[in-house]
Design a binder for this molecule. Structure first.
Ligand SMILES: [Zn+2]
Length: 272
C-alpha cells in the first residue's frame, strides 16, 4: 500500500520551524494538482532556494528530508516541473514520494478550505505551537479534519461481495462508505453493506487502515460474513455492479497500492 514505505518513514508530528534552503516544496494549484517533475522513474519535488519569497508551513518529514506546503501563490519551478493530479501520479509512481504527495494533499486541502472562522467569520491564521488555525477575532481554534470511512470485504462461503461504483473509480471495489455522526465503525459497516447491497452481515472484524485518500479520509478495512441468504438488492444510485464472486474469479485492480486491492487479493489467494 502507499503508506508501506519501510525502511523509510514519514514523521507527521508538527514542529514550528522556518523553511531552509533545500527543503522540499509542496505547491498545489487551485484544482489540487501538485507541482512535480515526473520525467524520471520517481516523483521529484521542487526545492526551496535561499531568500525566495513565499509563505509556507511545515508539513512533515520523510526520513531526514523536510517538506513544506506553500500557502502563497507558487512560482514557476523551472524546466521539467508541471502540475499533475494525484490520480495521474498514482497510476505511474509509488514509493515514499507518492505517500508524501497524498499526505500533502490532505493537509493542503484543509489549509485551503479554512481561511475564515466558521463561528464568527473572522480571519484564520496559523497557530504558533500546533497543527491548527486560530481565529484572530474570537479565538476559535480549528484542527485538521479527518473523515472516517470503511471498506468492507463481505464473505459468503467461498465468495466475496465485489462492487463497482456508479461514478468515479472504474475498477472492482468493495462496499465502502463514510461514518455518520453517532455510530461506531462496526455500525457503519453493517449500515453501508445493507444500504448498498441489501445484505445483512455478522462477525465484523477489523483488518487494517489506510491513512490517505482523495476525500481527506481515513479508510478502515473490515471483513465480515453474510448473515442469511446473502441475496443482493443493489442500490443503483451508488453502484453499477454488486455480485458474489468466487475466489478464483476475483479480478484485482490494475495497481497494487490500495487497501481495497490488498483485501481482495488476500481473499483471492485463500489467506482470509
Ligand atoms: Zn472566530
Amino acid at each position: 500500500m502507499i503508506q508501506d514505505i519501510a525502511p523509510s518513514r514519514l514523521y507527521n508530528s508538527y514542529i514550528k520551524t522556518d523553511i531552509c534552503e533545500g527543503d522540499f516544496l509542496l505547491c498545489f494549484d487551485s484544482e489540487g494538482k501538485l507541482l512535480t517533475d515526473t520525467s524520471g522513474d520517481r516523483i521529484v519535488f521542487p526545492r526551496y532556494e535561499n531568500e525566495e519569497q513565499l509563505s509556507a508551513v511545515y508539513a512533515f518529514s520523510v526520513d531526514d528530508e523536510r517538506y513544506f506546503i506553500v500557502l502563497s501563490e507558487c512560482r514557476d519551478s523551472g524546466a521539467g516541473f508541471e502540475y499533475k493530479g494525484l490520480r495521474t501520479l498514482r497510476d505511474s509512481f509509488g514509493g515514499k514520494e507518492l505517500f508524501a504527495a497524498f499526505t500533502a494533499y490532505h493537509l493542503w486541502r484543509w489549509y485551503s478550505d479554512n481561511h475564515f472562522c466558521g463561528r464568527c467569520g473572522g480571519k484564520l491564521s496559523l497557530h504558533g505551537r500546533e497543527r491548527a488555525l486560530v481565529c484572530e477575532k474570537c479565538g476559535n481554534v480549528v484542527y485538521p479534519r479527518i473523515n472516517p470511512a470503511v471498506i468492507v470485504g463481505v464473505i459468503k462461503g467461498d465468495s466475496i461481495l465485489v462492487t463497482r461504483y456508479r461514478s468515479g473509480y472504474a475498477h472492482n471495489a468493495l462496499v465502502a462508505g463514510f461514518t455518520e455522526i453517532g455510530e461506531t465503525l462496526e455500525e457503519t459497516v453493517a449500515r453501508e453493506v445493507m444500504e448498498e447491497t441489501g445484505v445483512r452481515v455478522k462477525n465484523i472484524r477489523y483488518y487494517k487502515s489506510q491513512p490517505w485518500g482523495m476525500a481527506q479520509d481515513m479508510l478502515v478495512g473490515f471483513y465480515c460474513e453474510a448473515d442469511g441468504s446473502g441475496e443482493i438488492h443493489m442500490d443503483e444510485n451508488e453502484l453499477k455492479y454488486a455480485e458474489w464472486v468466487k475466489r478464483e474469479d476475483v479480478v484485482l485492480q490494475p495497481s497494487d497500492i490500495s487497501l481495497t486491492n490488498e483485501m481482495m487479493k488476500l481473499f483471492r489467494d485463500g489467506n482470509i
